[in-house]
Design a protein around this ligand. Structure first.
Ligand SMILES: Nc1nc2c(ncn2[C@@H]2O[C@H](COP(=O)(O)OP(=O)(O)O)[C@@H](O)[C@H]2O)c(=O)[nH]1
Ligand SMILES: [Mg+2]
Length: 247
């Protein structure tokens, strides 16, 4: 089973890769780890496949690139190696129960770069986990945004994507978050009360969500406390063993 952790910088991908991998290993599974981030300094797991063996963003910064340029250049230079990484990941998948892929810190270098696209389309039905942190959820339309962003990842990568709220240990009123994320009808009803342009757009978008998307469960996860790990394990199992039905 291949799990691909995707999300904006700081959403918790690397921490979760380490903590969820440890949880799986403690439960008797063998786990392979893949680091695709050329810019990360240290990792909380020991990678079986690591793009930093080929190139790092900081060595490019020593060549004179700025931080953003170095990141983009590093993936340009990794591009000819894509097929090699796919083979390494497939080999790893044959020998381990799970392969956890920690994607680049900056999500755009994965979703908007040929490297990420080519790598993903050559993996056998990876389950993408879209991590978003609670601090981006300020208003009802932000909940709509998150649900749609997860769908956009499906569209872009051709994967099945599970939306996962990360860092739930930092949330005091998790039930309120759950209500908005789990119950699309409730969210849509709340959006209808918002007369702003953003509210109207979100209302229209969320009204179409039940037609557009299969009813996917949202996972609530904390890499700190392990909350939601069992749920993520179940979803991965269902994805691989019951033909992608994640209702
Ligand atoms: N409280 C809390 N902090 C977390 C959690 N997961 C990650 N973090 C913190 O969020 C920051 C970014 O995490 P990181 O895994 O590097 O994010 P990445 O850029 O998506 O790989 C770090 O300071 C982590 O310690 C979590 O579940 N709970
Ligand atoms: Mg990271």
């Amino acid at each position: 089973m291949i799990l691909l952790f995707v999300g904006t910088a700081g959403s918790g991908k690397t921490t979760l890769t380490g903590a969820f991998g440890k949880y799986l290993e403690e439960n008797g599974y063998s786990v392979g780890y893949v680091n695709l981030d050329t810019g990360v300094r240290s990792l909380p797991y020991s990678p079986d496949v690591d793009v930093r063996e080929e190139i790092t963003a900081w060595e490019l910064m020593e060549e004179g690139y700025g931080p953003n340029g170095a990141i983009v250049e590093s993936y340009d230079r990794l591009l000819p190696r894509t097929e090699g990484y796919v083979s390494e990941i497939l080999r790893l998948e044959e020998e381990r129960d799970y392969v956890l892929i920690d994607t680049p810190g900056q999500m755009e270098t994965f979703l908007f770069h040929e490297f990420g696209m080519r790598l993903t389309e050559n993996l056998p039905e990876p389950l993408a986990v879209y991590l978003f942190s609670p601090d981006i959820l300020r208003k009802p339309h932000d909940f709509c945004f998150s649900r749609f962003f997860s769908l956009m990842i499906d569209l872009r990568l051709g994967t099945t994507t599970v939306p996962a709220l990360s860092k739930v240990d930092t949330v005091e009123n998790l039930d309120a978050y759950r209500k908005f994320l789990d119950d699309v009808e409730y969210l849509t009803a709340r959006l209808k009360l918002d007369p702003s342009t953003q509210g109207l757009l979100a209302y229209r978008m969320c009204s179409t969500l039940p037609e557009l998307a299969p009813p996917t469960r949202v996972v609530y996860i904390s890499a700190k406390t392990g909350e939601g790990f069992d749920e993520l394990e179940t979803l991965a199992y269902e994805h691989y063993c019951t033909c992608g039905d994640l209702t």
